[in-house]
Design a protein around this ligand. Sequence first.
Ligand code: CP3
Length: 340
Amino acid sequence: MTANSAFVRATRGDDVPHVPVWFMRQAGRSLPEYRSLREGLSMLDTCQRPELIVEITMQPVRRYGVDAAILYSDIMVPLMAVGVDLDIVPNVGPVIASPVKTLADLAPLRPLEASDVPYVTSAVRDLVTVLGKTPLVGFAGAPFTLASYLVEGGPSKDHAATKALMHGSPDLWHALLSRLAVISAAFLRVQIEAGVSAVQLFDSWSGTLAPSDYQEFVAPHTRAVFTALADLDVPRIHFGVGTGELLGLMAGTGPDVMGVDWRVPLHEASRRVGGRPVQGNLDPAILLAPWPVVEEQARRVLASGRRGSGHIFNLGHGVLPQTDPDQLARLTEYVHNWKP
Ligand code: CP3
């Protein structure tokens, strides 16, 4: 039902009636209806309640008329589901009770089964019915970004512990990322089998790495995730922040579409990824400026995107919590009406 949607067509580089648009973190704290629904409920509890997942996923679709919904969940959900002791702390992010230091710490990282995440299957099935012709994007965290939380114990600016383990204990590192690749692929498979129209693999923090380290320590594991899904005919998007120098290597792991942050113009990104369709890349902070600024910057993104072969409009990273939803409504309309 969604195969002919502007979004799915753009992932294949096919002609589109208008440039499709959706926003990373379009669901969440920028929406008052989200904040009131979440009152008194933890993030991880919310992620386990199908009726809440459906409602939160639909909120931005109703408000903005975006071309795709993204499942409300978190990259940490599959780790929680296999039994890793973790929490998502408000205004902090994921926090791990026992960070990974030795091989013994890998024991909880067993393969994920569909029966570990019944709420995901159930929410995706219901969403696909409610969404009709609007595609639903499923997602997972890529092995490196998941590993960074497991090793650091929480968010990190320099990823020093992660890099120390990567270089100091390469055997442990590869064992850790291999297990995470299995979990990540299984989480995506559950969502695809329940009916999502596309998936996005978030390697949000891979941009912290030198290309040679990315190539040696990360690319084989990300490739394993995409390879594990090779039998499923669903478009795959790959995204990270600050990955300008890594775009070619990341594209080489096997995605159909590359997500790009605001640091690289889309036509240049498109060249770096060998002409694959690209997704992005308005700086989310621009949305805090007055509308004429947003319009001018969106126009530049659209003009740059047009020079490649396939463009899905998005931000260069997630919607900031302080964003005025009316700006996103206006931006969606602007993208839909834009003509080259
Ligand atoms: O609308 C959507 O994009 C779907 C929902 C979504 C969430 N997390 C919900 C969420 C998605 C796609 C994610 C992925 C995710 N989670 C990533 C990759 C994307 C990215 O932003 O780079 C990462 C790195 C995480 C880990 C994580 N979870 C962080 C860094 C945070 C923010 C912590 C904070 O409070 O500022 C979370 C929590 C989280 N996940 C929130 C939401 C809506 C905000 C907390 C809340 O609503 O209580």
